[in-house]
Structures are given as structure tokens and as C-alpha cells.
Design a protein around this ligand. Sequence first.
Ligand code: TYM
Length: 353
Amino acid sequence: MSEFKPQIFSGIQPTGNLHLGNYLGALRKFVALQEQMDCIYCVVDMHSLTAQLVHEDLKEQTRAITAAYLASGIDPVKHIVFNQSKVREHAELAWVFNCVARVGWMNRMTQFKDKAGKDRENASLGLLAYPSLMAADILLYRATHVPVGDDQKQHLELTRDIAMKFNLDFEGKIRNSGTGIDITVGDQPVHAFFPMVEPLIEGPAPRVMSLKDGTKKMSKSDPSDLSRINLTDDADTVARKIRKAKTDPDALPSEIEGLKGRAEADNLVGIFAALSDRAKADVLAEFGGQQFSQFKPALADLAVSVLAPITEEMRRLNDDPGHIDAVLKDGGERAGVIAEKTMKDVHEIVGLL
Ligand code: TYM
């Protein structure tokens, strides 16, 4: 029994400003994981066509996300940073996965239901097949670990379903091609071409909530800018948004259990913990018994000290699109080498001449 080589893959869509949720749910984890495994970080520009076809400035947005990757501390030399459309095999493998995945699986995706709204007949076919392209992104590199926020959990379960069905449907052909690996899934032995990816979601802020409503996810599409902290916000704006964040009148509890039923308090404590690489219990041990009027300024100082250098570096990089384009070109070429090899094997397994 052997194992797939550990490999990280993750991606962010170039639509709208990045916010604190993207930073804590994804970017900050991306940076930390660089010390542990080989990482491939992608700007998934083709995914951006699924909900909205025509974009004013898709190229600019793609560069802006790349700038955020670099400004956060991702090393594009030791690891790989590129945009999805540079490597055509993403679309090619997605097509094979469209034929592996079932329409029922796609229809069950909560993000599809949310984005398609009531008029599902009028949603693009791309929006329905979105998770199939996402599975292709990951499995093209036979990635084993995927750092994401909690909202992507269902898509990663579907990625596992696609990998498993492909492995089982083609088991004999995988064996004949000599490209598979014996693994166990649960207690079932499988001769696998694609690994069963592990989502990396844990941490104190897997789902950062809106600053205006602790029951709603912080998101790019919320009409209220006060609901989120954008990575482009200046220090005064960050501090003002935290000051205005919704809270309840009680003091902070000293124990985790005391956060139950206090969504806004839980969210702010989680943000503090994630920004300082501490556990929520540890933050409460320090701030328990204090009022929000004391906690909020401490949180604002912390947020500014972490985010301001990133924002400044993003600005600097945004003025240097030539550098960003060179990073993406180099990353695309290196990703392309891996992708080409996987697709060659997939052609062999599936029987595409
Ligand atoms: P996207 O672009 O919507 O979000 C990028 C990352 O940010 C995380 N995130 C959050 N985390 C915590 N709290 C929040 N409020 C919050 N909002 C967003 C997301 O979970 C994500 O990790 N489908 C993906 C992009 C994608 C992808 C992939 C990811 C395409 N292919 C392959 C991983 C692997 C998406 O739309 O993320």
C-alpha cells in the first residue's frame, strides 16, 4: 500500500474585492502551508464566467488576486502561482468530469441553489457544472490537501465523489495503464488514479461572518460595505468598521461555552484568534469580563497591524503589472508540465486516442 505525494492546491475567484473572510479562510492558511508541503495556488479566472459572463476588468481582477497572494507572503518561486486559463488542461479534465458527475449531484449544491436563485432554468450551464471544474483544478495536480473556508466543504466532498467514481469506473484501465496507486478509502481497498482530497478547514475562523449580522457569511456580494473588511481598506476604515460592528450589550465571557447564542461576539473573538494565531479559549482567557468598548480597539489595532502591510504591498504590486504577468506566465508554464502529464494518463485510461 502506498500513498499519493502530499500536494496542496487551492484557488480564489477574481471577482470583487478580497475581504477578511478570504484572508482568514484561505490566504493566511496558504501562506502557513508553504512550510509543510509543495503548494499550487491558482487564480480561477474561468470560474468567474459562471455567474456573470461579461466582466469590465477580468484581467485586472486576476492581477489583483495575484498581487494579494504575493503580498500575503506566498513565494511564487518555491511554489506555483498561476491563473487557471493559462493551463488548458483544466477545461479538458473538467469535460471528462462532466461525464463522470451526475446532474443530481450538481443540483444538490447549496452554492448553486443560492446563486441560481428561483430561476434555475435560466442559470448558465457553467454555473451548474462549476464544481466539476473545481474538481478538475484540484485533481489535475493529484492534490491531496485543499485549504479553504467552510463554505467550500460541500464542493470538496463532491470532488471526492468524482475522484472515487472515476477510480472505480476505470479501475481495470487504471491498473492496465500502470499509473494507479493502491489506497484504502474507509476500509475499502481501491486502485486509484486520483487521491481522496482532504479539506483543510479547521482553525478559529473557518467561516468569518458579516460585521453587521453574525448569522450571515462575510461576502463580496453583501450590499453593505460595512459588513466586511476589504483587503484594500485603509487603516482608518478598518478601525471604523470594527468600531461599528454589531455586538450585544454583555461583557465577553471567560469560557468558550459563553459564546453560545452570541453569534456576533463569537465572530469577533474568532477573528481576533485567527489574526493572532491563537485559540479562541486563549483570547477569552485574556479578554473575558471586558466590554466590547475595550475589546474592539484591541481588535482594530491587531487587524491593522496584520492587514496594513499587506494592503500596502498590494498597492505597490498593482502598480507593477509587468511583474505580476511574469509570475503568472512562469507559474502557468510549471503547472502546465504537471497538467500535461496527468492529462496524458487520463487519455490513456479513458481511451482517448
Ligand atoms: P471564493 O473565491 O469564493 O473564495 C476564496 C476562498 O475564501 C474562502 N472564503 C471564506 N472563508 C471564511 N469566511 C468567509 N466568509 C469566506 N468567504 C470566502 C473560501 O472558502 C475560499 O477558500 N470555489 C472556490 C474557488 C475554487 C477553488 C478551486 C478552491 C475554484 N477551484 C479549487 C479550492 C480548490 C470559490 O469560489 O472561492
